[in-house]
Design a protein around this ligand. Structure first.
Ligand SMILES: *Cc1c(COP(=O)(O)O)cnc(C)c1O
Length: 356
């Protein structure tokens, strides 16, 4: 007999949650999670290891990660009055933002968008609202403005480019949302490296914050995200983060990697070139519609009622992509593929061709 009653021990929001499912990718060509497929040369790895050797593993890391913050501020050309908060991935920053809100707050984003906005809002007991995008994945501005009016959201998340659709929202619409909002507007620029310099990093003021991550750039294993905003906002968030949330190996390695940013720039260019080839190859297939992407993945539509079967057939051939069809709505019949190396992309296209 259990000594406790699970149903009363934990909050109903927690019990109601289904765990965030990450597919087991062992042995697959992995095109499901927007990772950069490229690694570092042995020479770079040796230089990196030499720096890691001097990490003081016995000491707590710098709680403010001052060196890394300075590097990030410099690279993003941020003025002194803009502050940064670092997180264990931008996922942690989304969690921190939402944890700071009063319990009856409303949170607004689009449907579809990055699933963590809703997932974390739900388990914190906040009121999450997703406003459907238009048929071409653009912001439905009048619906967004109506939702702002109705709910007065404390936080609005806009992924720019959006995940899983890959497009950049109309800038005028975003600005109209910023103007109408009485709460914070978080521009989530996780895919900025692939977006041809589209960014709000130089529009940070008042209620606008910009969030980035090094994950999609090529350092997903390190877990580092950051958000830039006015001092008086960032200051509050610092109070609720755990004191040593960025470990010393991450601080040292990101610092090192950003010093060699050229490597990532080359990899990013290669990925964007492959994205163009993949987009054309997908659209040349009868029955497939690929959507234009400013990110390192492509969303595409499959013939009606076949998405899951096609996804499984591709998987049976050793290629793992993401089936977003179960999310329904605008994603009905859709699959999402991350842009990999030329060989991986060919393997995917071969698998897709024989899948329907
Ligand atoms: C991947 C992703 C994130 C999370 O990135 P991490 O820094 O790895 O936690 C945040 N926002 C969007 C839109 C993403 O696609």
């Amino acid at each position: 007999m259990s000594k406790f009653n699970l149903q009363t021990l934990f909050r109903p929001e927690v019990l109601a949650l289904s765990a965030y499912h990450v597919a087991n990718a062992q042995g697959f060509i992995k095109l499901d999670a927007m990772e950069n497929p490229y690694t570092w040369s042995d020479e770079i790895k040796q230089t990196w290891l030499a720096e890691l050797k001097d990490c003081a593993l016995n000491r707590y890391p710098d709680p403010e990660a001052r060196e890394l913050v300075a590097t990030l501020k410099m690279l993003n050309q941020l003025p002194d009055e803009i502050d940064l908060l670092l997180g264990n991935g931008s996922d942690e920053i989304i969690q921190l933002l939402l944890m700071a809100l009063p319990s009856n707050s409303h949170v607004l984003s689009t449907t579809p968008s990055f699933v963590m906005y809703k997932q974390i809002s739900d388990y914190l007991g906040l009121n999450y609202h997703g406003v459907s995008l238009t048929d071409n994945f653009e912001l439905d501005l009048s619906a967004m403005l109506a939702a702002i009016e109705q709910y007065n959201p404390a936080i609005i998340f806009l992924a720019y480019p959006n995940n899983p659709t890959g497009n950049l929202f109309n800038v005028d619409s975003i600005n109209a949302i910023i103007d109408a909002a009485n709460g914070l507007v978080i521009i989530d620029e996780a895919y900025e490296p692939f977006a041809n310099n589209a960014s709000f990093m130089h529009n940070i003021m008042n209620n606008v914050l910009v969030m980035r991550t090094v994950s999609k750039l090529g350092l997903a294993g390190l877990r580092l995200g950051y958000i830039a905003g006015e001092h008086k906002i960032i200051e509050q968030l610092h109070k609720i983060r755990l004191p040593y949330n960025i470990n010393v190996l991450t601080q040292t390695t990101v610092q090192f990697a950003l010093k060699h940013k050229k490597i990532f720039d080359e990899q990013t260019t290669a990925i964007c070139n492959e994205r163009a080839l993949m987009f054309n190859a997908l659209n040349s297939l009868n029955g497939i519609t690929a959507y234009e992407s400013a990110a390192n993945f492509i969303l595409f539509k499959t013939p009606e009622n076949q998405a899951t079967q096609i996804f499984e057939a591709i998987k049976a051939q050793g290629v793992l992509i993401k089936n977003v069809h179960p999310q329904g709505g605008l994603l009905t019949d859709c699959l999402r593929v991350t842009v990999g190396t030329p060989d991986e992309n060919q393997a995917f296209l071969q698998a897709l061709k024989s899948a329907f």
